[in-house]
Every structure is written in structure tokens, then in C-alpha cells.
Design a binder for this molecule. Structure first.
Ligand code: C2O
Ligand code: CU
Ligand code: CU
Length: 493
């Protein structure tokens, strides 16, 4: 999507000017207040893996805790993190590996930990049903049963997801397999294989996180005016001369981002949410909605030590950020060429589907509450109810989900659709085949106003209750979520 189209669609989607009108009790600060940009080195979350090196071995331990984080020089902001003041360690496992975790809830609210993108039994999915009470420890155990991919984990307690993520709870979950380990790709974590968790935040004058939800914030999402990369404002990272891999996560609550380089230099997209694309796709920009991931390769082979690039991010409310600086170091990269082929990635055929379900993601107009107050976010006219199963899916089915972003009001909002349990293929978007970067395995898909996306998925291996929802977290928390239950083919679990 070209920059002007992105901005045009974004502006249309917002309907009314979003920024500057926070509806906050105290004013939020403006974004000009970042001092000494690009002077602090990018934080690389520590690795938790079974190899016996740093981080120890399974059971992996995650402690949900309160912290104080230095977003601004010498000012400490209250945050939440896993094993630290913000974000969490990167969990890296192999396909087939048995993973055990101990998740301790050290805060005074209930929380959960959901493995976004992971195909695991429902009871270990970490959705709203798997509550961890304050002081308790949850001990999930599952076997990795899917191909190499960049996934993530985050809280998912009913009505609290947005707030918990905003305060800092999120981490990456990387799966490797025999293909990812034999392809000539950068895989030296933090050196040429660099995780980038991108999020936006707004702050009150005292630099506390401004997470409040006026009706305006619920509709448009809590949108920040500061951009964080791995919990930092305007960091820098050194890159070797050659091919560098970035694992991008749009970890924001509700923002849509368009990523590009200051030089408009092309880069290669090699993976979407659920794994490698069949082959690298060359682009100059990439759009990710909240919850989506991509792996990209940038070739710094033609650069000299000391060259600087900026990673730029347009946010859909019209803001543009110089998110971070990439400084070319006097170091040669291990990989200097870009592969032409990655892995066979068969797509599910429409003809194999057992049935089609339809989902309307709606902004409905309520009565008697005024236009803003009366708007309600829903899927198929319903708001989330933990006691209601919305869809029953026989185990082993292949299904087409036809998802429409349909607004009955003047307010045209973007949405996204995320399914737990599965990775899907996009069959088509508004009748057109998916663009190459969306043609691979996906678990979250953006829908601009009036878009219709048909996706196709197989529901295999596990029965039980899973969620589907808009991944704009303020929408999710407002009830734009439903439950599907995978049932034994006879109809009962
Ligand atoms: Cu990333 Cu149901 O969530
Ligand atoms: Cu999920
Ligand atoms: Cu939504």
C-alpha cells in the first residue's frame, strides 16, 4: 500500500480526528519531549530456551511483576513485565519439543498468559478461561506441533487485556525447526537476528502511562504519540555489513503501522504470522495491524561502517515516527546473500472446505445514548459472553470464515480478525487473491472499513474452547470477541 493510500484509508477509517482529543482527566504530554534520540542501545530481551545456555531450562519460569521503567531519562514509570520491568524474555523452542512453564502471578489482579499463534490444547491456550489468581502459579505443558514461526505471548484476562499489555506485558515466542535451522538465514539472536517489538504509548505529565478509556478510546483504540521499540524510545542498534533479519511484532494495543526505511531501500519479507513465505517478497514498506508479525531481511552489504538508517513508522492516525536508528558496524555479516526460495508452503484449497461461516464485525448504533455513547462493537450482533459458545466446529473440519467489516453507522473503524488454535490462509480479500505478503500462514488479518476477507483453516488435533476476536485490544475488551468450541465429530466433547 502506498503511503498516500495508507494515510487516506487511515483518515477515512478514523472518521473524526483522533489525536489531541484524549478525553483524559490530566493532559497527555506531546511527543517532542524525547531527549538525546538514538543514543541508547536497543534492549534485546533475554532468551529462555532449553539449550542449557543463558536462561536455564524447562520448566521456563515467567513471573508477572510490577516494575519501574526508565522510558525517559532518570524518570521512572510504573509498569508491568515478565521477569523484569517491561516486556518479557524471548522464549525459543524447537518443533516437537515438550515445553513446561511456570507462570507466577505476582500482581494484585487476575491475569492469564496466552500463546498467540501457538497450536496447543485449549486448556493451555491461556485465554480468558485460564485465569491465574494473584499469588498463584499456572503450569502449562504442551508439545510444540507446528513449523518455525515468530509468535508471541501476552495476557488475555476478560476486560483487562488492553490494560495489561499497555503496562508492559508481552514477549516473543520463537519456534525453530529443521528448515529454519538449515536455511542460510541470519540466526544469531540479537546480532543479526533482531527482535523488534513495536508499540505506541501516551503519558501523563508525570510520565505515568496514560491508560484510560473514554468512549472515544474504546472506539478508536488507545493510541499513543510515543513509539517504543523493545520498550525504548528512539534506540539505536548496530548491524553487521550484510544480511540482517528483523522479527517485527506490532505489539500495540490498537494501532496499524506502516514500516519503511528512511532511504526507501527495499527489503525482503520472509515470514508472516505463522511461518515462512514460500519465497522472499521484495517490498519498500509493510503494513502490520496490532498482533501481526513479519520477519524481514535487510541487506546492508552495500553499506560502509558508520552508515546510518532509520526505521520509520507511520501510525494510522497520521503520526510518523523515526522509530530507531540502524548503525552499520565495522563487522561483516555471516549471511551476504538472499535466498530465492524458503520452504514449500502449500495453501488450503477452497474446494476442501466442509462449510462456510460468516462473521460481521460491526459498529452498531445504540439508542438514547448519543452517537458516541450508543455505539457498540460486536461480532454478528453479539458481544463476548464467557458462558456462550458461538460456534461449534467438528474436529478435523476445514472451514471458510467469511469476515466482513461492516458498520451500520457513520463511524468507519478498522478491525482485525484473530483466531486462536489455528494458522489460516487468506483465500481472498474483496474478491481478489491475497497480496504476496499475505499469501502465507496467518493468524491475524486486518480489515479496513467495508473489507470482506475469506480465510480458510483446518481445525485439527485438539478439542475445547478457543477465542476469535478483533485484535484491537480496546475492541476486544469491549466485547468484540466470540468463542468457538472444537468438538468431537459426534457433536460432543
Ligand atoms: Cu493475541 Cu486472543 O490474542
Ligand atoms: Cu491468540
Ligand atoms: Cu475492532
Amino acid at each position: 500500500m502506498l503511503r498516500r493510500d495508507f494515510i487516506k484509508r487511515s483518515a477515512a477509517a478514523l472518521g473524526i480526528a483522533a489525536l489531541g482529543k484524549y478525553g483524559l482527566a490530566a493532559p497527555a504530554i506531546g511527543a517532542e519531549t524525547v531527549d538525546a534520540p538514538f543514543s541508547r542501545r536497543l534492549h534485546i530481551p533475554p532468551l529462555l530456551e532449553n539449550s542449557g545456555s543463558a536462561g536455564g531450562a524447562s520448566p521456563f519460569s515467567l513471573v508477572v511483576q510490577k516494575g519501574q521503567h526508565e522510558f525517559f531519562n532518570t524518570v521512572y514509570t510504573e509498569t508491568l513485565g515478565y521477569n523484569g520491568s517491561i516486556l518479557g524474555p524471548t522464549i525459543r523452542v524447537g518443533n516437537g519439543e515438550n515445553v513446561r512453564l511456570h507462570v507466577e502471578n505476582g500482581i494484585d489482579q487476575v491475569t492469564t498468559v496466552h500463546w498467540h499463534g501457538l497450536h496447543v490444547p485449549a486448556r493451555w491456550d491461556g485465554g480468558p478461561h485460564q485465569v491465574i489468581e494473584p499469588g498463584e502459579t499456572w503450569k502449562p505443558e504442551f508439545t510444540i506441533n507446528q513449523q518455525a514461526a515468530t509468535l508471541w505471548y501476552h495476557p488475555h484476562a476478560m476486560g483487562l487485556t488492553g490494560e495489561h499489555v499497555y503496562r508492559g506485558l508481552a514477549g516473543l515466542f520463537i519456534i525453530e525447526d529443521e528448515v529454519s535451522q538449515t536455511l542460510a538465514l541470519p540466526r544469531n539472536y540479537g546480532v543479526d537476528d533482531i527482535p523488534l517489538v513495536v508499540q505506541d504509548r501516551r503519558f501523563f505529565e508525570d510520565r505515568s502511562l496514560a491508560y484510560v478509556r473514554s468512549m472515544h478510546d474504546v472506539m478508536h483504540g488507545v493510541l499513543g504519540n510515543f513509539l517504543l521499540v523493545n520498550g525504548m524510545l528512539k534506540p539505536f542498534v548496530e548491524v553487521p555489513r550484510g544480511v540482517v533479519r528483523f522479527r517485527l511484532l506490532n505489539g500495540s494495543n490498537s494501532s496499524i503501522y506502516r514500516f519503511y526505511l528512511s532511504t526507501d531501500q527495499p527489503f525482503q519479507v520472509i515470514a508472516s504470522d505463522g511461518g515462512f513465505l514460500a519465497a522472499p517478497v521484495g517490498v519498500q514498506e509493510l503494513v502490520l495491524s496490532a498482533g501481526e508479525r513479519a520477519e524481514i531481511l535487510v541487506d546492508f552489504g552495500g553499506s560502509s561502517a558508520g552508515d546510518r538508517f532509520r526505521l520509520l513508522v507511520d501510525q494510522f492516525n497520521g503520526n510518523t515516527y523515526e522509530a530507531m536508528e540502524l548503525q552499520v558496524a565495522d563487522m561483516k555479516a555471516e549471511q551476504t546473500a538472499i535466498l530465492s526460495h524458503l520452504r514449500e508452503q502449500p495453501r488450503l484449497e477452497e474446494s476442501t472446505a466442509d462449510r462456510t461461516r460468516r462473521f460481521a464485525m460491526e459498529t452498531m448504533s445504540g439508542r438514547g445514548m448519543g452517537m458516541m455513547g450508543g455505539n457498540r462493537l460486536a461480532i454478528n450482533g453479539k458481544k463476548m459472553d464467557m458462558n456462550r459458545i458461538d460456534e461449534k466446529i467438528p474436529l478435523g473440519s476445514t472451514e471458510i470464515w467469511q469476515v466482513e467489516n461492516r458498520s451500520a453507522t457513520m463511524m468507519q473503524l478498522p478491525h482485525s480478525m484473530h483466531l486462536h488454535d489455528v494458522q489460516f490462509n487468506i483465500l481472498d480479500r474483496n474478491g481478489q487473491p491475497p497480496v504476496p505478503v499475505e499469501a502465507g500462514r496467518k493468524d491475524t488479518v486486518l480489515l479496513w472499513p467495508n473489507d470482506t476477507v475469506r480465510l480458510i483453516a483446518q481445525f485439527l488435533d485438539y478439542t475445547g474452547i478457543y477465542m476469535y476476536h478483533c485484535h484491537m485490544l480496546e475492541h476486544e475488551d469491549d466485547g468484540m470477541m466470540g468463542q468457538f468450541e472444537v468438538v468431537n465429530a459426534t457433536g460432543t466433547v
